[in-house]
Write a protein that binds this ligand. Structure first.
Ligand code: NAP
Length: 209
């Protein structure tokens, strides 16, 4: 019989990554270590249903930036599963596909604590929570204790499958990077140099916030 400690775990890093920065990389690495994940696969969003208002950089460019940032780490990978999906992309559909691909693994879905806070509004969140554990990577200033108390009161049935991870490096944000580029301010050292050069070469974020 297999004991629980022998169950293999895989991390899935879900995000728009517009652009990917060091905060995301540190969060993935901390989660990998803390939750003993075999590897972490980054999955850039395709056509997110909750982002109807803002113009998002095309999926292929966001995929390329994630690829450039992760290719030197054998414990990291990147998947096209969401960017190739036609129509709106929901996490529950991704989790179902991953469950088929990794039937032997426990799935840990890592995302930002702001997105994590909204999980109970996601499509079919009950099924999503049956398919994986969620890790919310929190920025400095996020009131983790209050959030977990509210969560326990409102959804005790899911409490053991939701985890918070404080990531000081998440003081870096994609919104700030886009704004800096637009204002012609430096972004070096906030993200991998290959990603910075890609942004420069493709003239990304000149007009969008
Ligand atoms: P977002 O609204 O762009 O980001 C929310 C916040 O979380 C931002 O502050 C963002 O910081 C941070 N963040 C996002 N991904 C992160 C990550 N992997 N690690 C650390 N911080 C992260 O959220 P999003 O990127 O669109 O969505 C996050 C994930 O949740 C995606 O996989 C998305 O598909 C999923 N989601 C699913 C549904 C659904 O199925 N209905 C609805 C909403 C979200 P930065 O801007 O610096 O990244």
């Amino acid at each position: 019989m297999t004991s629980n400690s022998e169950v293999k775990r895989i991390g899935i890093m879900g995000g728009t990554f517009d652009p990917l920065h060091y905060g995301h990389l540190v969060a993935a690495e901390m989660a990998r270590n803390e939750f003993r994940l075999e590897k972490v696969i980054f999955i850039p969003t395709g056509n997110p249903p909750h982002k109807m208002g803002r113009e998002i950089t095309n999926p292929e460019a966001r995929f390329q930036m994630v690829k450039l940032a992760t290719e030197d780490n054998l414990s990291f990978g990147v998947s096209r599963i969401e960017i190739e999906r036609i129509g709106h992309s929901y996490t529950v559909d991704t989790l179902r596909e991953l469950h088929q691909l990794y039937p032997e693994h426990e799935i840990y879905f890592i995302t930002g604590s702001d997105a994590f806070r909204e999980i109970f509004t996601w499509k079919d969140f009950e099924s999503a929570l049956e398919l994986c554990h969620f890790i919310g990577a929190s920025r400095p200033g996020f009131d983790a204790e209050e959030f977990m108390q509210d969560l326990q009161a409102a959804h005790p049935e899911f409490f053991t499958r939701m985890h918070l991870l404080e990531v000081p490096a998440l003081a870096i944000s994609s919104t700030d990077i886009r704004s800096r580029v637009r204002k012609n301010q430096p972004i070096r050292y906030l993200l991998p140099e290959a990603v910075r050069l890609y942004i420069e070469r493709e003239s990304l974020y000149q007009n969008i916030l």
